[in-house]
Design a protein around this ligand. Sequence first.
Ligand code: ISL
Ligand code: CA
Length: 561
Amino acid sequence: MHQENEGKLTPWWKESVIYQIYPRSFQDSNGDGIGDIPGIISRLDHIHGLGVDVIWLSPFYPSPNADMGYDIADYKNIHTDYGTMEDFDHLLSEIHSRGMKLIIDIVLNHTSETHPWFIESRSSIDNPYRRYYFWKDPAPGGGPPNNWQSFFGGPAWTFDHSTGQYYLHLFTKEQPDVNWENEHVRQAYRDILRFWLDKGVDGFRLDVIPLISKRLDFKDTPYADFQHTIQYVYSNGDRIHEYIKWLHHEVFSDYPVMTLGEGPGIMPSNVNLYTGNDRSELNMIYHLDHMFIDFGDGDKFDHGEWTLEKFMKIFDEWDEALGDSGWISISLDNHDFPRMVSRFGNDGEYWKQSAKLLATCILTMRGTPGIYQGSEIGMKNVAFQRIEDYRDVETLNFHRKYLDKGFTTEEFLKRVHRQGRDNARTPVQWSDAPNGGFTTGEPWIGVHPEYREINAANALDDPDSIYYYYRDMIALRKQNPVLVTGVYKRLSGMPDNIFAYSRQLEGEIWLVVLNFYEGTAQIVLPPGVWKSKINNYGPSGELYRGSTQLEPWQSMVLKKN
Ligand code: ISL
Ligand code: CA
């Protein structure tokens, strides 16, 4: 393991590649239709075979699943759907024995409404747990204390009849926000985090971490645009850095951990306050700018078009802001967003090529790459025809909202096909067996109808598969530190639809060229002779100079000879 040493050696968490598991949809082992921990254990070789270093496991704690586990009812236990603590310990040791690490997803901003703290809290105004959450009187004229809206539609406040007050929830009403002003809350979380680290987990993915410090005046948001409200009202509160530094001091600094914060509302202008190497806060965050790239002015289902120009600018801007000090993780999909090949690639004719191109993009960026389960076999968005087939609370809430606005279910479904989170939550397609080999029972959410063609078994049989491309691309990154820490610079003067950049380290110059388009393109390489190190259209090793033609969705990584 490398230690950070005045910027000379690269810390392991920068060199790592992360693979995210959403346990409910990964692999069922007992036929109840729900993915589980024994199922994960049975598939570890699939992940290890890619050359991945770190597994990020989405929530597996007891939960009523109002938000699929992001509503935690007991922080120190395992949901019976997923197995037992023994299963978890077994998983951890199987991951470690393969030389990989495990970071677990933890939600410190809210709990489930069924968590014992909240049950106590809502029971009476003078209960000692009242101050674990945010309770407010109705506004002077009645109604919620302010105009805040929840992430999933509707007010961020819910009225509790028995005590006559509202409680705050930035997500569903089943996810009350916890009050970090209360020292007992902080101590409780210290204890919870240490419990898992003492078991041997290697770090945390910290859900919505910049939201834990609230603006205590609870003023109305002045912004019509939800993204601005996140940035300037919900996120980056007055005490946020004090709290994260406290977590670092009380917990993280005592263990060799990876800390990956989810960063809604973190901007290039303040990212280094969270991840700068002189800050003692987090190793890295991931931002959502390119994930929100096609959200329209209304809500996320009111989508606009994304352009490559906008996409590239986001990468440039963040890289520049991070400079030599901060660090981020980079991915193009996760359990909250559409599948990357359907969103940023071409899931029709150029499915394979574009999936490989997107892999090239995330694995050649200056940041710790994140791969979401199934994307390594090119899983696509799904288009269920009935609203009953959807499970995500966000989709179901917005469905009601769109019906109220006068839309039909059919019209709304078109938007869900494009933007819904369940696109990423259909079961992993393992084989052409019924239900894609995910379960022998009835899956909790439908399997993608194309599972007979797109599945992990086919990928392993096909030497030209997306899976093997990921493996080769990861290996290339590992063998060449320039792809990890080398300076990133976008190449100017490229035709439209081409994203091209260089990476430079200690005299080595590399180029990455990505044709984000279903047509050919003519590019002019910078002076010199360039040797291809990987090419999604065939073997590498060829030499290029000057004017070069790129095929539809072609990507190449080139090294200056
Ligand atoms: O999913 C989103 C957009 O549709 C995001 O805005 C998402 O709500 C935001 O990134 C926060 O996500 C995290 O916290 C949520 C949970 O639902 C998500 O699954 C989780 O990744 C509340 O815990
Ligand atoms: Ca199961």
